[in-house]
Write a protein that binds this ligand. Structure first.
Ligand SMILES: Nc1ncnc2c1ncn2[C@@H]1O[C@H](COP(=O)(O)OP(=O)(O)O)[C@@H](O)[C@H]1O
Ligand SMILES: [Mg+2]
Length: 216
């Protein structure tokens, strides 16, 4: 529910600023901490507003996909490069398993990169330090499958389908800064490419695997 999602950070910011005004400002340690928290809440709001705008544009058909042949293997490599630093900061191994040849799909490259980024970013976010995140690309004559598996917290079996709903965040991840919109947006994008996106427990028994398939 949108208003609830917006109200929570807004009331935090209100409370924090009121407390500062009522005297907490005089204490440098406290005011610094409160300001840090306010910035976090503003970031959260920004993420929700951005995500809502993107979803609204997609749903109204305002976003027209610019479909061209794109090499999905290269997109995966680009995303991996962009997220390598974040994984390193968490002391995680971010690895790719990709075919040697290119795999062409008819797609909007920017939108598709967004999806790959979303699921890989989540995998890093929901995996504790020292874990492993692996992106795999496999294909046959009909379809290509991109999957991101991790050794993280995992997803409750009852939530496996629900994580693609807007604003859904599992209890385990409530502390996370995200807007809960990334996977809802990803699902829209994949379905607009006649593909499918799904979640399952990681094959290794620990963590999760999010995959999407596209026709080739
Ligand atoms: N790799 C993962 N491991 C565990 N939980 C996940 C993973 N990916 C997604 N989730 C769950 O799905 C929810 C929705 O994901 P998303 O739409 O990207 O929102 P956000 O990242 O903003 O929390 C997350 O809050 C989390 O509970
Ligand atoms: Mg996310």
């Amino acid at each position: 529910n949108v208003s609830h999602e917006l109200r929570t950070p807004v009331s935090s910011i209100k409370l924090l600023s009121e407390t500062l005004e009522e005297g907490a400002l005089e204490d440098p340690g406290v005011s610094k901490k409160f300001l840090g928290q306010m910035i976090q809440e503003v970031d959260k709001l920004e993420g929700i507003v951005e995500g809502m705008t993107t979803l609204a544009k997609i749903e109204s058909g305002e976003v027209r996909l610019k479909k061209k042949p794109v090499d999905i293997v290269r997109l995966v490599e680009q995303v991996t490069k962009r997220l390598q630093g974040m994984a390193a900061e968490k002391e995680q191994a971010l690895t790719v398993v990709i075919p040697a040849e290119e795999v062409l799909v008819m797609a909007d490259a920017l939108q598709l990169e967004q999806v790959i980024f979303n699921i890989t970013h989540n995998a890093i976010k929901f995996t504790p330090p020292g874990g492993t995140v692996t992106i795999r690309v496999t294909f046959d004559e009909q379809q290509v499958v991109v999957s991101t598996s991790d050794t993280g917290f995992g997803i409750d079996p009852a939530d496996l389908a629900r994580i693609f709903e807007r604003f859904f965040k599992s209890d385990k991840s409530h502390s996370s800064q995200g807007s809960g919109l990334g996977l809802a947006i990803s699902r829209h994008i994949i379905e607009a490419h006649s593909g499918r996106i799904w979640a399952e427990p990681a094959p290794g028994g620990k963590g999760s695997r999010i995959s999407f398939s596209l026709p080739v």
